[in-house]
Design a protein around this ligand. Structure first.
Ligand SMILES: [Cu+2]
Length: 111
């Protein structure tokens, strides 16, 4: 009986872990090395969320903070203008539709 309970508890935990949104992909991808900055940075999530903060830094310098998104989406495209070469880091925070606070980061380099 104990083993069955434990097994079902693990199933519940696994289902919970899969239920909320996560960053599915980004453009540029984490670790990418590019010859040119793309026109926009794109974050794609597995489920809808509202981005509450996006912070972009280049070469560890001054951060650019973007305004919070007003609605829930699975895809966010951030237009980038006049960004030079360097090592970029994008940190994001979001609120998933299921109420969970989410955060993550990815980095890429433009040569
Ligand atoms: Cu969740």
């Amino acid at each position: 009986m104990k083993r069955i309970l434990l097994a079902s508890l693990l199933l519940v935990l696994a289902a919970g872990a899969l239920a909320h949104s996560r960053l599915g992909a980004s453009i540029p991808a984490d670790g990418a090395v590019l010859a040119e900055m793309p026109a926009e940075i794109v974050l794609t999530f597995s489920k809808r969320l509202r981005l509450t903060r996006v912070r972009i830094t280049r070469d560890g310098g001054k951060a650019v903070d973007l305004k919070a998104a007003k609605s829930f989406h699975t895809r966010f495209a951030i237009p980038v203008k006049g960004a030079g070469n360097g090592a970029y880091r994008v940190e994001w925070r979001g609120l998933a539709a299921d109420g969970h606070a989410m955060r993550g980061a990815f980095s890429f380099r433009v040569k």
